[in-house]
Design a binder for this molecule. Sequence first.
Ligand SMILES: *Cc1c(COP(=O)(O)O)cnc(C)c1O
Length: 360
Amino acid sequence: MSRVYNFSAGPAVLPEEVLRQAASEMLDYQGCGMSVMEMSHRSAAFKGIIETAEADIRELMGIPENYRVLFLQGGATQQFAAIPMNLMRNKKADYIVSGSWSKKAFKEAKLYGEARCVASSEDGNFSYVPDVDALEFAPDADYVYICQNETIYGTRYPKLPDTGDVPLVSDVSSMFLSEPMDVSRYGLVYGGVQKNVGPAGVTIVIVRDDLVREDVLPFTPTIMRYKTQADAGSLSNTPPCYGIYMCGLVFKWLKEQGGLAAMRERNVEKAQLLYDYLDQSKLFKGTARAEDRSLMNVPFVTGDVDLDAKFVAEAKGAGIESIKGHRSVGGMRASIYNAMPREGVEALVRFMEKFEAENA
Ligand SMILES: *Cc1c(COP(=O)(O)O)cnc(C)c1O
């Protein structure tokens, strides 16, 4: 068996220890005589899995008591609709558009109410995050929406907007559990787990109690009401059982690694390694503004599409996988999530040095 260094943006690399544990429990989960995949979601064993997963993510993120944690399906994309349906009581929301994901969320919200784009960085091809200090939000907005780490363009908010009493809603899909965050600053934080937490199929929504209400937009499907799932402990219908189990194993792994402060330290080191190389390289260039650079997704280009293609092809030969940039921007992108070891980033930088020397 040989594993590659997988720089995919998502679904993405998972910790090898977690995959090994899942493999060892595949046929018989802790003496149950069956796989977690085969188990009733109403069984005591699965109850233990989901309750432990919730307790562990609460501990890791320091989630306050007055927030619910929901394990849902439908991907982050479903939340683009669920958020306005559940939260738009005044039918008004302010969106900051800093990349493709917040742009999609904004477009979806317009179907349900008066969504307003308060700032956009599309003029700079989303290479930066709009200055949040310059912004004014509508005091009667139901929420202010951001995508805190734009996976495709590799930007991350250097600071959060001050939204006063208006709840801040943040898509953290591609930075979930990569560093500590103060959940109390948000009304709702959510993400698809397939970037940094687990296998595709689970979306985690962390939502403040007062935003879990009956008075949602009237056409909101029952299954998409936060209240339905909050009241049922995410078991209103069959949840993505195996995915939740995998997330739970990743939470345990993160705790063993020293928690989110330790992850941040490592993630900063890994990102620095790559950015330092990019900043001095004569061939490669990072595409995001330095102050707004993501710790998780690092897009870069040579400036020559043929050379980019050659790089991607030769990288594959050197065990560096899925380094191609998103189809909408081209170039390259290295996603260096929690489970990417430092050695993987070192191998990438070594390969870039070699490629630069050969193609000078
Ligand atoms: C990948 C991604 C999405 C879309 O996630 P799906 O689970 O495929 O719907 C949304 N937001 C961000 C920031 C992402 O990285």
